[in-house]
Design a protein around this ligand. Structure first.
Ligand SMILES: Cc1cc2nc3c(=O)[nH]c(=O)nc-3n(C[C@H](O)[C@H](O)[C@H](O)COP(=O)(O)O)c2cc1C
Length: 212
């Protein structure tokens, strides 16, 4: 079993990373493989709405969005999006990254029935808004969103400060435990041949202006 973690901060080893590592360590202790991706410091392009992915099943841009998409659904079972809080929302980098990751995955339905969580890091305020933003991707893609003992947030401007946020870090560790449990439960369900939650219908899209 494998969980992919994305650090949506340009700081490769900053606060968001510190929180992600706390979850990652628990997942690893529970025998779950992990792979961490960095959005990095270079600009991350947003979606240009070309819709070529509707035909090809992947984003035409050659960057780590493609790499992450290629891991789903066969090679990964869970996704964690991490973001610093920028003006009470997620970072522009993770927004661009996730827009393209999820839009280009619609054709293949890559994330259906995978487990997911968002985590955020802020100095002082806006964490809940940013956390909600991340969860929006999961909640319209048939994903199982994993919770913890509190909303998944840590506080600090530097990793050393995050390390003092004992409740925040505990929230991360419990998230790791909860996610590991759910992954094991799904694995057991598969062995017991429990029927997957598949709705045997074509996905209906009705725009508000019909025929558009
Ligand atoms: C452009 C920008 C906007 C920010 N906006 C907020 C904010 O709205 N609320 C807040 O508490 N911190 C804000 N911060 C601080 C970061 O969210 C905070 O320091 C975070 O923990 C940094 O995570 P990182 O080390 O992973 O980059 C902002 C930082 C930047 C660079």
């Amino acid at each position: 079993m494998k969980v992919v973690l994305i650090n949506g901060s340009p700081n490769a080893e900053g606060c968001t990373y510190t929180a992600l590592r706390e979850v990652e360590q628990i997942l690893n202790d529970e025998g779950i493989e992990t792979q961490l991706f960095q959005v990095g410091k270079k600009p991350v392009s947003g979606c240009i709405a070309c819709r070529s992915c509707f035909k090809t099943g992947h984003c035409f841009m050659d960057d780590s969005v493609k790499e992450v998409a290629a891991l789903f659904p066969e090679h990964a079972d869970g996704l964690i999006l991490g973001s610093p809080v920028y003006y009470a929302t997620m970072s522009g980098q993770i927004s661009s990254f996730a827009d393209r990751l999820f839009f280009s995955s619609m054709k293949e339905r890559r994330f259906d029935y995978k487990v997911a969580a968002g985590i955020v890091s802020c100095r002082r305020g806006g964490a809940v808004g940013a956390f909600d933003d991340l969860n929006k991707y999961f909640l319209m893609n048939n994903m199982y969103v994993v919770g913890s003992q509190y909303w998944n947030m840590v506080h600090g401007s530097k990793p050393e400060e995050v390390k003092q946020d004992l409740e925040g870090l505990q929230t991360m560790r419990r998230l790791g435990k909860n996610m590991a449990f759910l992954l094991r439960a799904f694995q057991a369900a598969k062995q017991l041949e429990v029927k997957e939650a598949v709705l045997e219908e074509e996905h209906i899209f009705t725009n508000f202006i019909q025929g558009s």
